[in-house]
Design a protein. Sequence first.
Lengths: 300, 323
Amino acid sequence: MSVTTAAAAASPFARTRRGVTMLKERGFSLALLGSFVLAIAVLIALLIQVFVLGTGRLDANLLTQFPSTIRVETAGFRSAIFGTLWLMGVVVVTVVPVGVGAAVYLEEYADGSRWWNRVIEINIQNLAAVPSIVYGILGLAFLVRGPVGLGFVVLAGGLILSLLVLPVVIISSREAIRSVPNSLRLGSLALGATPWQTVRRLVLPSAIPGIATGTILALSRAIGEAAPLLLLGALTFITFVPDGLMAEFTALPIQIYSYLSRPQEEFRILAAAGIVVLLAILLSMNAVAIYIRNRYSERN
Amino acid sequence: MSASTSEVAGGLGGRGDISLRASSPRYGERLIKALLGACAAISVVTTVAIVLSIFPPTIAFFRDNVGLGEFLTGTTWSPLFANGEFGVLPLVTATLVITVIALAVAIPIGLLAAIYLSEYAPARARKWLKPLLEVLAGIPTVVYGFFALEFVGPDLLQRFWPGDFLGGEPGTFSALAAGLVMGFMIVPTIASLSEDALRSVPMALRQGSSGLGASKLQTTLKVVLPAAISGIVAAMVLGVSRAIGETMIVLIAAGGTARLTLNPTEGMQTMTSFIGQAGIGDLSTGSVGYQTIFAVGALLFLATLVMNLFSIRLVRRFREVYE
């Protein structure tokens, strides 16, 4: 905070000001800083409270035991953790090729003046803001029941989460591809490379850090998502580790919700401990993403 | 980028003496372009699939159960009971009440935080404050729901609610707890997008304003803010869209009873939390309850679609002006 006021005082137009204006300026910059600190402080305070509530149950059972409503003291999240890992696998395998492919098409191939390309762009921006539960409705009607009728299995959950984060992957990959200098492309094309050779050997390798960062952030959004899975029919106690794409499963946020919806205090503590596990996974993914981004921006 | 290469090709080929077209047809290249185009088309297919999955059951719902007028104006929502009633107003008002509470928190805090980040924060601080904001934006909503139910409800509202003054007493489930927490959930979204809009205002405007003797406060409020207003409004509209579509917080913290009330201390059921709860109930395909998921979902989809398209238009406008 002292840094800001010092900066304001040192700025060229600060010297000639009279008392009242000075007070307004100070007051405004304090209000700005205050609301920023408030926003961050509230969230961090809440995170600390969860951690404090959950510490009582942060033990090995949390990771190794299956969920239970009877043996609450030793119940854990084993099937949920494995379910979340399976979901991550399906999401990565499906969303990366499609998302990067779409981004390459829109940035490198598409003629932005054609109406269908503009429709695709507006459509992606809209999909990015469609409520997640609507994707759940889509999955319920098409994948779980209806024409495909998979039932509530890993594949159905993973595909819906992929569709949910696809716009995020496309938008961040496009930004990464756009930031590759155009001189690289022109040089490559001038040397006789075809457009695809240029994309594959020059553009994509230079854009990989940005694409990786965006994908990791999208993935962390996918595994924290509960609403669409809930609608697909996830709220059951699964006491086995899923063994394939067609196995029934549960996921961490679903299991947390399931414990949370029980009134007894022990379940609340268990839910808090589960949140700590989920946040630990998410924060380490975010840390990797930020590390990649910083390393990349240092090199340039 | 494709535009720039084709310009180069067109510019040279336009003279007519040399052809820059490939001498062989290059089917592989064409195939790759088609495959990449198909990837991009998947997003359109998704939208079509959403429409196709939502609207046929919705039409069946209106054909079998209730007219559109009665659905939109009815004041009782009890679709899962025998002889249920299908007035969606309680869900809509609950959604609006919680959205208003959330935005009352998120818009001022998010906007001021964005101005701080863009105009006042030292460059070194901004470098790690923006990623921090993004990390906070990535906290799962089930965690926010937990905050609302466990801490904000019992520890804040029930303890400090000025009941003598305002009347009422927040229960275990309240719209207020859900709305407040949702507000803090949306702050990073609004702050981050508004900051983008503020930063895209050219530095020359700020310098010109300072050069004419305006103070930093005047420059920020009277020059930068108006110049970025369409981007800021777009961020707010997106915030509204997120608030309307948020499910887990309201499902956990606002309770499961559909009530037509404006009293924020009571529990309410929003459109999303109804869909979530009905979904948990494992209703049989084609039953009335199953159809209501789609009818309410259609309303939700249309409401957010209007918001999103409005926001996309606004963002395009500010990009056009300054890029």
